[in-house]
Design a protein around this ligand. Structure first.
Ligand SMILES: Cc1cc2nc3c(=O)[nH]c(=O)nc-3n(C[C@H](O)[C@H](O)[C@H](O)COP(=O)(O)OP(=O)(O)OC[C@H]3O[C@@H](n4cnc5c(N)ncnc54)[C@H](O)[C@@H]3O)c2cc1C
Ligand SMILES: NC(=O)c1ccc[n+]([C@@H]2O[C@H](COP(=O)([O-])OP(=O)(O)OC[C@H]3O[C@@H](n4cnc5c(N)ncnc54)[C@H](OP(=O)(O)O)[C@@H]3O)[C@@H](O)[C@H]2O)c1
Length: 392
């Protein structure tokens, strides 16, 4: 009986779309959040799930199948002397024109090992430093450093005498993967819609302007009515506490604020009585205060109990979210003693580690613990699922 019920549930429209069978979604809203004078282009995107039957919980992410920039595809075609009409194998093993395969199926930015190996074999001495570093396994790190910031197009341009047929070139490529984005909305507050908060990745390397595939697809190459494949990536490890009365402390600098906007919407719409404390950080208060007016309204409504901000570039010395945690150590410790759940979202390379270190220090200074006891305290929080991270 139970098994039959589960089988029935699995044919629910909610389960029809998945990573393997993404929903063709539209993109009705693409709004710049970064203001004048910002060094960033961070955007608010709304994606329609209308008719998909897809459901999500706050804390989940959206998977997006983006396509490459056609201008880069055109440059690569020119560099290998192809028209784009040559039929090649797609990443799904279906034969298709080269232009289409380079647009939707393959990574055409960071070069693959297979491509570099084939290039060294074909270019010989002309591959210079690339050949020398590739030949010596002890130089693995040096090779990585050398390759940082180079793309396929640089190597193709540097070696015009190396010839590739369309199929030979494609055989060296890896499959283009979907990107994940933290969902910044509650489905209960925004039926059949997903909001995202995305920093557009643009940088310069070796004298060329470069861009991230999916973030620029969202910013520039996904007009409202066109469709792109999306799916829900569930994140059971990053859910609000089961008890709506449990307080939450949220540390979300930059785009890390995204899931916390969703949590606050959810707690508002469900009337959850638990207190909510957000630590937000960005570069400049005047240009980078993401969702400033929404957060002010949530404070005025009593949903957002406390908001502490750290604008790193408003003054000469950097101020980061962990500095605000430290300044509020006594109260923060009191919230934790009361059973608050502690969440971190955003940059995993540096921020999350530094915030984690600050949490240990607070357990030492406010909880009177030794470093070992503080580590055991934080570990216990993790085991009790009161300390949750979603970092990237
Ligand atoms: C669970 C999860 C949630 C996420 N949520 C969000 C979110 O809410 N908002 C958000 O904005 N992002 C989020 N991300 C990150 C997101 O998935 C993408 O990684 C990000 O948008 C970049 O993707 P892209 O396709 O635009 O760039 P890519 O095409 O993947 O390019 C990025 C790559 O470019 C290279 N690169 C970048 N900068 C430089 C540089 N200065 N010099 C040389 N090379 C460089 C690096 O190789 C880097 O890996 C999340 C990631 C995960 C895993
Ligand atoms: N791998 C890396 O080195 C790295 C670094 C940063 C961001 N990223 C990635 O870039 C993407 C977008 O980032 P984002 O725009 O969301 O925001 P972000 O770059 O993370 O910046 C948000 C705020 O955090 C500050 N910050 C920098 N280092 C910090 C630290 N160690 N501890 C606490 N705060 C710190 C920034 O200050 P300042 O900018 O003034 O220092 C800024 O005020 C994310 O994917 C992120 O992972 C990667």
């Amino acid at each position: 009986m139970r098994a039959n019920f589960r089988r029935f549930m699995s044919t629910d429209p909610a389960s029809l779309y998945s990573r393997k069978n993404p929903f063709p979604a539209t993109h009705p809203v693409n709004r710049k959040l970064s203001g004048e004078g910002s060094g960033k282009d961070t955007r608010h995107h709304e994606i329609s799930l209308l008719g998909s039957g897809l459901n999500y919980e706050v804390g989940d992410s959206l998977g997006l199948f983006a396509t490459n920039n056609p201008a880069l595809v055109a440059e690569i075609l020119a560099a290998i002397g192809a028209t784009g009409d040559e039929i090649v194998s797609g990443a799904d093993a279906v034969p298709k024109p080269l232009r289409q395969a380079l647009t939707s199926d393959y990574i055409i930015t960071q070069p693959s090992k297979e491509f570099l190996k084939a290039l060294v074999e074909r270019a010989g001495d002309a591959a210079g430093q690339l050949r020398d570093l590739s030949a010596d396994p002890a130089q693995k790190k040096a090779l990585e450093d050398y390759l940082w910031g180079f793309e396929f197009i640089d190597f193709l341009r540097a070696h015009p005498s190396v010839k590739w047929t369309a199929e030979e070139f494609v055989k060296t490529l890896r499959k283009l993967q979907p990107r994940l984005y933290s969902i910044a909305s509650s489905l209960r507050a925004n039926p059949e819609s997903v909001h995202l908060t995305v920093a557009t990745v643009r940088y310069e390397s070796h004298g060329r302007a470069r861009e991230g595939v999916a973030s620029t697809f969202l910013a520039e190459r996904w007009p409202g009515e066109k469709t792109a494949g999306v799916f829900i990536h569930t994140a059971k490890h990053f859910r609000l506490p089961e008890d709506p009365a449990t307080p939450v402390i949220m540390v979300g600098p930059g785009t890390g604020v995204a899931p916390f906007r969703a949590y606050l919407q959810e707690r508002k719409v469900t009337g959850a009585p638990g207190k909510n404390w957000l630590f937000f950080g960005e570069q400049k208060s005047a240009a980078d205060f993401l969702y400033e007016s929404e957060l002010a309204k949530l404070q005025a409504d009593g949903v957002l109990t406390k908001l502490d901000t750290a604008f790193s570039r408003d003054q000469a010395a950097k101020v980061y979210v962990q500095d605000r945690l430290r300044e509020n150590a006594k109260e923060l410790w009191a919230w934790l003693q009361y059973g608050a759940h502690f969440f971190i979202c955003g940059d995993g390379a540096r921020m999350a580690k530094d915030v984690d270190a600050e949490l240990h220090r607070i357990a030492e200074t406010e909880g009177g613990k030794s470093p070992e006891e503080a580590a055991a305290y934080v570990e216990a929080m993790k085991k009790e699922k009161r300390y949750k991270k979603d970092v990237y």
